[in-house]
Every structure is written in C-alpha cells, then in structure tokens.
Design a protein around this ligand. Structure first.
Ligand SMILES: Nc1ncnc2c1ncn2[C@@H]1O[C@H](COP(=O)(O)OP(=O)(O)O)[C@@H](O)[C@H]1O
Ligand SMILES: [Mg+2]
Length: 257
C-alpha cells in the first residue's frame, strides 16, 4: 500500500506576544499517523481540537515542528522550494467560500487565474474544455461562469470552490468543514458529489468536520482529535460500532441522547 501522507511527532505552537509575557497554545501535540492512498479519511473533533491547524500544516500554509511528509517529501521544504508544484499536489477548500473569493471576480476568472498560473501554455479552447469537464464533475453547467460569487447559492459557491481545487488534479484534497454552513439537504448533495468525485478520480481525501453525521456519510477512516492530539484512528464501521477510545464512546453516547 502506498503511503501518501505521514506525520511523526508533529507539533504546532501558536505564540501570542503580550506586553509583559507571551502565551503559547500547543495546537498540535505530538501527532503521528500514516495515511494510504485511495481512501477518504475524516478528521473528527470538537471546535478548537486542532483540525484546521493540521489542515494548514498539510496544505503547506503554516510552519511546524516535527515531521510531515507527502510522498516522502517534507511538506515545509517542498512548499517552500516549489510552491506551484506543491499547489498542484495539494488543494484545500474551506468552510466559507466567500472568504477566499474576490467579490469582483466572475467564476470564469477564478478558473482562468489558476489555469494561467499553472498551465501557461494551454490554449483558450483547452482551458474551456477543462473548465467544462471540471464543472460537470461537481454537477454545474457553464451557466455559472459569468456569475460573481454573491450571485450563486451557498451550495453552488461551495461546488465552484471544489471545482477550482479539482481543476489542478490534486493528489490530496483537503476539505475543511465544507458543509458546515449549508442546510442539511445541500450538505447531502455536496457530500454526494465528494463521493462521486472520489470514486472517479481516487487519490487521498482528508475531510475535516466536527459533525458525526458528516463523518459517517463519507469516510473510510476516522481520525479522532481532542486538544491537539489524536485519540483514535479507526475504520469508519468500527468507530461507529465500537470505538476504541473513551472519548469516542462518549461522543457516540451523547449523539444517541
Ligand atoms: N492563529 C492563531 N493564533 C493563536 N491561536 C490559534 C490560532 N489558530 C488557532 N489557534 C488555537 O489553536 C487551537 C486549535 O485551533 P484550530 O486548529 O482552529 O481547531 P479546530 O479547527 O479544530 O476548531 C485552538 O485553541 C485555537 O484557539
Ligand atoms: Mg476549524
């Protein structure tokens, strides 16, 4: 089995400097795991447990101590030396698509910006056909291209964000709480699309959520976090039937109430 993503003794501290003293929050505390290709892993944990920090480390967006390797390359070095190549390998989608979309841009411009940067030699026709194919993967038509972010529904916006990540054909796709701001029905639709994409393209998907229902719908494996640590890594079926950790049992019993 090909190991895609490995962490060993991964640490991340946030230091806030005050006037008299600094305070340190250890957001990731000795994280170790080894993740295989062609699986959907869900990082599950309450707010503040360190999920987004882990996502930022893996997406090469923040510094860290310890080891974090993607395809055997240390992430901070790869992201530092070859930003474009690293971005093609790893893409991340966040909860709030509006925060990462310039409101003045049309959807077409989001795609063209990424394509011009990564595939400067592609012709207009090639770009359009790639955009069309990627939009159809998230069940959108070319009709969205002339629209601006606020002219789309929440679900459409999130699907545009997923498409913008997918168009670079990343080998690792990180989805950080992408359905948390959506109503149940839209959430199910987006999760269904994630599964379809995975079945077609494979690769490694890291879903991040605080929601047990979301975790149960899409994952192959559950990585349970608490207070910056991993407390359990189990196959999904096992986790939802008989979790190994005390904390996992506690979460599931609260859910049944
Ligand atoms: N930029 C930051 N500066 C200082 N502390 C932070 C920062 N980002 C996150 N934290 C702290 O790190 C911990 C983990 O946060 P986060 O990774 O956002 O968790 P989650 O995504 O699971 O809600 C929390 O205690 C949070 O307050
Ligand atoms: Mg978060």
């Amino acid at each position: 089995m090909e190991k895609v993503l490995e962490a060993r003794g991964l640490l991340k501290d946030y230091v806030s400097r005050g006037v008299f003293k600094s305070t340190t929050v250890r957001a990731l505390d000795n994280i170790s795991f080894s993740l295989e290709n062609n699986k959907i892993y869900t990082i599950l944990g309450e707010s503040g447990s360190g999920k987004s920090t882990l996502a930022m480390v893996i997406a090469g967006l923040t510094d860290y101590q310890g080891e974090a390797k993607l395809f055997d390359r240390e992430i901070k070095e790869w992201a530092g030396q070859d930003r474009l190549g690293f971005c093609r390998a790893v893409q991340i989608v966040f909860q709030d698509p509006l925060a990462s979309m310039d409101p003045r841009y049309k959807v077409s411009e989001f795609f063209n910006e990424a394509l011009s940067l990564h595939y400067p030699k592609a012709t207009k026709k090639e770009k359009l056909s790639l955009i069309e194919k990627t939009l159809s993967d998230v069940r959108l038509s070319l009709d969205v291209l002339p629209k601006r972010p606020h002219q789309l529904s929440g679900g459409q916006r999130q699907r545009v964000s997923i498409a913008r990540a997918l168009i670079l054909r990343p080998r690792l796709l990180i989805l950080d709480e992408i359905t948390s701001a959506l109503d149940r029905e839209t959430q199910d639709r987006v999760l269904g699309i994630v599964k379809e994409i995975f079945n077609r393209r494979k690769g490694l998907i890291l879903m991040i959520t605080h929601d047990l229902d979301v975790a149960e719908k899409v994952s192959d494996w559950i990585i349970l976090m608490r207070g910056g640590r991993i407390v359990e890594i189990s196959p999904k079926g096992k986790f939802f039937e008989e979790p190994v950790s005390e904390y996992g049992r506690e979460l599931l019993s609260l859910r049944l109430q």
